[in-house]
Ligand binder design. Structure first.
Ligand SMILES: Cc1cc2nc3c(=O)[nH]c(=O)nc-3n(C[C@H](O)[C@H](O)[C@H](O)COP(=O)(O)O)c2cc1C
Length: 175
């Protein structure tokens, strides 16, 4: 099975996005990190937040071939914990002692897992994550989106989950 890690951020762990990522984890070797449970401070130009949970988390993330960002759509964008996580990746582009580690993101595959109340995730949401993966030199993987206007339904979203998981499992990592 492909090794994958999900960086999950929502205002509730067992809401729609939480249920979607748990459903995906049933068919994948997937580690789920609930960003809201970690102590990760917002980006700081002076880097006075070094020593929080971000660098240990990144050390863990860099062990994986597949990186999933899992977030609800909140106002056309990612959730606050996911935004803070993405902002903090800047540390790995800024700080000389982290640059080599940051370069290890290159060649990894980034995926998007999201829920909203429409049939499709907004272009702003998908575009920001797709462009971020590209900027970091990552491959764009799959998107699993669930319309949760009526809440999360395993039955309604089964095919999305199955196809998304199958695509990750089928990916061979050639290094
Ligand atoms: C603060 C907030 C903002 C939201 N903004 C949007 C939005 O811009 N577009 C959309 O389709 N749904 C929006 N929604 C609906 C959520 O995306 C949807 O209910 C999602 O499944 C919630 O996932 P969660 O249970 O993990 O929070 C918003 C919900 C909240 C609470």
């Amino acid at each position: 099975m492909a090794r994958a890690i999900a960086l999950f951020g929502s205002s509730r762990r067992h809401g729609n996005t939480g249920q979607l990522i748990d459903h995906i984890a049933e068919g994948l070797d997937l580690e789920i990190v609930d960003l809201a449970q970690l102590r990760i401070a917002p980006y700081d130009y002076e880097h006075r937040n070094r020593g929080d949970d971000f660098e240990p988390l990144m050390t863990r993330v860099l062990d994986f071939d597949h990186i999933l960002i899992a977030s609800p759509v909140y106002w056309y964008s990612v959730s606050p914990p996911v935004k803070i996580f993405l902002d903090r990746i800047t540390d790995y582009l800024d700080l000389p002692d982290l640059l080599d580690q940051g370069r290890r993101l290159r060649g990894k595959t980034g995926h998007i897992v999201c829920t909203s109340i429409f049939d499709n995730a907004p272009a702003s949401f998908l575009g920001a994550l797709t462009a971020t993966y590209a900027y970091l030199g990552m491959h764009m993987g799959g998107v699993a989106h669930a319309n949760c206007s009526d809440g999360y339904s395993r039955m309604a979203h089964e095919s999305v989950v199955t196809e998304f998981s199958r695509n990750i499992s089928a990916t061979r990592i050639n290094r």
